[in-house]
Design a protein. Sequence first.
Length: 119
Amino acid sequence: MNAKPITPFQQRVYAALRHVPAGCVTTYGLLARHLGCRSARAVGQALRRNPFAPEVPCHRVIAADLRLGGFCGARAGAQIRRKQALLAKEGVAFDAEGRLVEKRRVFGFPGKKQVEPGG
């Protein structure tokens, strides 16, 4: 079975995501806006196909409402627990409702106007 080739859009998503440091997260929407893309879902699909994890840290991308979002094609279960564990190792915590505890952990891409996530 051959893997699908990586598209130029996916390459841009992966390159941008490498700038999000450990201990920080971004949202699908913030990443999309940074890329000049209007679709957070397109970013999510690119990350779902990420062949470079963990070098391209797709676990650092969360939903606009500051919940965990998806991971490895799943929105619940073992994969989401794995995403939360990876983030916890980096010091990123979520409350009992699954929301990011510290908004200061949201990475703002330099040179782009940021919209306050979750609001």
